[in-house]
Design a protein around this ligand. Structure first.
Ligand code: NAP
Length: 293
């Protein structure tokens, strides 16, 4: 049996992948990489081996990856530094003798500098390139936008404002839940046939929805009328600046809004459904869990 290590296991995605692995295989074959071992006590009590390392510290990664066959590399949340951090991880995997790296990349149409989300795309593309050039066996899981980001984009105070304000136009997105992405990741890691070797797999939901539809779904769930307004990027930036939102977040929301309006995340391809062997959770099902309480 392959020895698997999950990075980012104190975060949402890595934790969920580890939980799915625990359901599907023996804990003895599972290790996690964390920065702070105290945050992984729960896994330790379940028999998971906890190793300490930091993407910024190549030596810690080399030590942590010893004896590992398959590495599930969760993309870092440090957008400024992650190109180097993830390169550190791939190099450490090579040096430690890891056989196979599964990297959590992103779904896209536009890989050029003109992409409104170039600020995060370039580091993913860099990591994909480094991994392909490394000679390691790789699987690129190109994740769609998580349905879990909808409440953040819709606004924390949505049920007070009753308006979704995002420059996403009529663009549609094949959102999928982070939990379904995690289960798919566990299935890929446990495969011993080699069918995912050196593959890029675009993981997305089965249906594309617009923000107009999302407003309608939330209205139906809550019984409140929620509307959707798509301002120009200039109006969006001015309104959020006036509301005191930090420029970094405004740029991020505006970038995603524009990318959505350009159809960056609109493709459904059935790969996630086929991996899971069932329909992925729909946006409506997910939002019912958030707003239907
Ligand atoms: P998360 O909950 O913020 O978890 C990030 C994990 O990365 C944490 O375990 C964190 O460890 C670890 N980490 C951060 N910096 C590290 C470093 N220098 N060395 C080692 N570990 C480090 O994020 P998530 O929700 O699980 O999402 C995982 C990734 O998916 C994100 O990082 C982001 O790249 C991407 N993402 C995609 C979407 C989408 O819609 N497709 C949405 C959100 C995020 P600590 O606990 O020590 O901080």
């Amino acid at each position: 049996m392959s020895k698997i290590l999950i990075t980012g296991a104190t975060g949402h995605l890595g934790k969920a992948v580890t939980e799915f692995l625990l359901q599907k295989t023996d804990a003895a074959g599972i290790s996690v990489l964390v920065r702070n071992a105290a945050k992984a006590e729960d896994f330790k009590t379940k028999g998971v081996e906890v190793r300490v390392g930091d993407y910024n510290d190549p030596a810690s990664l080399r030590t942590a990856f010893q004896g590992i066959d398959k590495l599930y590399l969760v993309s870092s949340d440090d957008l400024e530094n992650r190109a180097q951090q993830q390169e550190n991880a791939v190099k450490a995997a090579q040096e430690a003798g890891v056989k196979h790296v599964v990297y959590t990349s992103f779904q896209r149409k536009n890989e050029s500098d003109t992409s409104p989300i170039a600020f995060l795309a370039s580091s993913h593309l860099h990591t994909e390139h480094v991994l392909k050039a490394s000679g390691l066996t790789y699987t690129l899981l190109q994740h769609a936008l998580y349905a879990d980001v909808i409440p953040m984009f819709a606004g924390e105070k949505l049920l007070e404002t009753k308006t979704i304000f995002l420059p996403a136009g009529e663009g549609k997105t094949t959102f999928a839940t982070r939990t379904d992405m995690a289960e798919a990741g566990a299935i890929v890691l446990l495969d011993e046939t080699g069918k995912f070797d050196n593959q890029s797999i675009e993981l997305a939901g089965s249906e594309a929805v617009s923000w107009e539809q999302i407003a309608g779904i939330i209205s139906q769930i809550t019984g409140e009328t929620v509307t959707y307004t798509s301002p120009s990027v200039a109006d969006f930036t001015a309104a959020l600046t006036q509301a005191g939102v930090p420029a970094l977040y405004i740029g991020m929301f505006a970038g995603f809004g524009q990318a959505i309006s350009q159809g960056e995340f609109e493709k459904a391809n059935g790969e996630l459904e086929s991996l899971l062997g069932r329909k992925p959770e729909t946006v409506e099902e997910y939002l019912r869990g958030v707003y239907g309480k």
